[in-house]
Ligand binder design. Structure first.
Ligand code: ADP
Length: 395
């Protein structure tokens, strides 16, 4: 079965054609700067034949058409005929409280995703556009939605409820939803396999550390707490997002600094985090390099990032009454030896003892203590393809 996995953002479309059993992409690509005259199209099939082109891509419709023509290209394509696409799996950011799992797309599902757009106005409308365009271009091909929020719908009320007047939740739906669920769920499966134990027996702390970052407590295979909240702004220090702050800071900035709502939004989402603290970059590699050269602001940014992450690991061990393993994933979690070491420093009381040697080898388990620390490459596209197969074929 070939599943076309689509991830439609505001100005980009990422796509992969995957056979969920072979687990390797047959072809994959990215259309960036949609809407611009100089959009960037890149495509690669089966690990070879890379192309890159700059051309006008006016809208998502054109971007998905282009993705299909790359996949079908006689020289570098992955398939010969459109009929070789058996299903489409869409990444959808927000499923609100309506979706606890992935779902085959129907009219009702489309309307429900639309009703969740109020929670994710920068994402859901583009995800929906991708769904509509691929339904038009691939009529009769089943489509599945896989939600970033779904995995976290198992959180108990004490974890997802903010201590605001309950009306705020009941009327407006303001609660913790959590994100990155597809990645957290994928690494839980991989961790259980690596540990040779079923997820139902495990208490895992999964750390997805990329440009966006979140940590989840997973008990018995289900999410019981996660660091992102009503939006992806809460929790850890991220590339450009602040993570946890005292909410009164927002009011203070509006009242005393004369900032507009839009300016505060940009400050919190685009100018804070590693970038805001360091004044140098949102890229952890660059910051580590700068810190090494003695840049005090870069060092502080790294310190705050690691301190915040360690705090969540400790808190989530407390939430679950211990942890059987910690998992690192995402660009930083999978690759950064010093960041893993720094986050795990002082966690000996949880049985976490990171070995410098194993860590620098990116070994499957970098801890020599009783609690394994696993480095696992996340693969959200494969998880989406697998869900699509599970829903359509029952396995
Ligand atoms: P996104 O959330 O955009 O998918 P990624 O998961 O690709 O982000 O992670 C991007 C982050 O990973 C960047 O901060 C980048 O610097 C970091 N990263 C990638 N490789 C390394 C590395 N070898 N060492 C440190 N950080 C790394």
């Amino acid at each position: 079965m070939n599943v076309l996995v689509l991830n439609c953002g505001s100005s980009s479309v990422k796509f992969q054609l995957i056979d969920p059993i072979l687990a390797e992409p047959l072809g994959k690509g990215l259309v960036e700067r949609i809407g611009a005259k100089d959009a960037i199209v890149s495509y690669r099939s089966g690990g070879k034949n890379a192309i890159r082109e700059v051309r006008e891509i006016p809208d998502h419709d054109a971007a998905i058409r282009r993705a299909l023509s790359d996949l079908l290209h006689p020289d570098y394509g992955a398939i010969k005929d459109q009929s070789e696409i058996d299903a489409v799996g869409h990444r959808v950011v927000h499923g609100g409280e309506a979706f606890q799992d992935s779902v085959q797309i129907t009219e009702y599902v489309v309307e429900t995703i639309r009703s969740c757009s109020k929670f994710a106005p920068l994402h859901n409308p583009h995800n929906l556009r991708g769904i509509q365009v691929s339904m038009e271009l691939l009529p009769g091909v089943p489509q599945v939605a896989v939600f970033d929020t779904a995995f976290h719908q198992t959180m108990p009320p004490e974890a997802y409820t903010y201590a605001l007047p309950l009306e705020v939740y009941k009327k407006l739906g303001i609660r913790r939803y959590g994100f990155h669920g597809t990645s957290h769920r994928y690494v839980v499966g991989a961790a259980a396999e690596r540990l040779g134990r079923p997820p139902s027996e495990l208490r895992l702390i999964t750390c997805h550390l990329g440009n966006g970052a979140s940590i989840t407590a997973v008990k018995g295979g289900v999410s019981v707490e996660t660091s992102m909240g009503f939006t992806p702004l809460e929790g850890l220090v991220m590339g450009t997002r602040c993570g946890d702050i005292d909410p009164y800071i927002v009011l203070y900035l509006l009242e005393n600094d004369g900032m507009t709502i839009q300016a505060v939004d940009a400050l919190l989402n685009k100018k804070s985090g590693l970038l805001g603290l360091s004044g140098v970059s949102n890229d952890m590699r660059e910051l580590l390099g700068e810190a090494e050269l003695g840049n005090a602001n870069a060092r502080l940014a790294v310190d705050v990032f690691c301190h915040r992450a360690r705090k969540y690991v400790g808190a989530y061990a407390a939430v679950m009454g211990g942890a059987d393993a910690v998992v690192f994933t995402g660009g930083i979690g999978e690759n950064s030896v010093p960041i893993r070491e720094r986050i795990c420093q002082g966690l000996g009381f949880l049985g976490i003892e990171v070995s410098p040697e194993l860590n620098s080898q990116h070994a499957p388990n970098i801890s020599t203590g009783r609690t394994p620390v696993l480095v696992i490459h996340t693969n959200e596209e494969l998880a989406i393809a697998q869900d699509t197969r599970r829903l359509l074929c029952g396995s």
